[in-house]
Design a protein around this ligand. Sequence first.
Ligand code: FMN
Length: 328
Amino acid sequence: MNNFWGKFRTKSITSGRAFTVLAPMEDVTDTVFRQLMVEQGRPDILMTEFTNCDGLASRGREHVIHRLAFTPNQHIIVAQIWGKNLETYVKAVPLLIEMGFDGIDINMGCPVSKVVANGAGSGLIKNPTLASEIIHAVREGIQSSHRRNVGLSVKTRIGFNTVQPEWVEHLLSQPIDALTLHLRTRKEMSKVPAHWEHMNEYVAMRDQINSTISLIGNGDITTKEQLATYREAYGIDGLMVGRGIFDNMWLFNPDKDGSTASKKERIALIMQHIELFIKTWGKSKNFEMIKKYFKIYLKNFDGAAQLRNDLITLRSPEEMLEVLKTVG
Ligand SMILES: Cc1cc2nc3c(=O)[nH]c(=O)nc-3n(C[C@H](O)[C@H](O)[C@H](O)COP(=O)(O)O)c2cc1C
């Protein structure tokens, strides 16, 4: 397909370096955090938090649509969606295309019991026929739109209870542009190391079934060295990083690192985040969630733990900003 996935794949082949993707992480990688990531050292591709298609197609759309907010500097940006109802996927696709997303990613990996019991997320691993119907429905929606080069990808795990190569084979036989493999089964949640030992096998499978599909590896990537060497080690095109940015939000920045960011810079970042949070969300999002980010920004300097403890007790952004001003 002639879209950004193909271009990044070609670049990855010629440069010998995998392209990079920021993993979708609910209640973490919202548009505010992504803006800071873009400024501090962006990956090639960003993804939204997963967004339910039924919600998007319902009258209560405003309760979920905030997950899809993005700013122009975030391109290349992919909307991640989930669900099990074909008709709501069909309704969601034109909306996402209209919103200007570069790609649509279907979540077939979420391990949360509520989602799986509903037959969605990694529940689709148990229903390959429906998974295929969903992919075809989204593909048809893209093909019949005025933006036929919107990318179509799937993010999944490598099995439900056990490793299931036939599931990966099934997905590689679908009309998709890219496939992200979180190298764990649903049963494993995030409790065991990601199975990178299987990656070469999936690359060979991809080469045999459809060599135009971009293959992205995900799980436990935490260092710049991994980003620089995994293409050669595993033959993959792209690397997706989730929790690795909690330790070092400059993982994608060649010139900067968590160890070199000063206290002053770190405090300026959390202040910027709080201010942008207020500007973007007003009172529509629970401000308490900002506390999740303290551990990302406020560390690696003397007094960081004490500062986090002080801030955690505060109830308003104004109070937090006051305290931060005095230490920054
Ligand atoms: C807080 C949190 C929220 C997540 N939300 C999503 C999500 O919305 N969609 C998704 O496909 N995966 C989600 N994931 C899974 C990550 O995208 C990723 O696959 C997983 O964390 C493994 O990668 P890592 O080892 O680099 O973190 C989430 C993970 C975390 C930790």
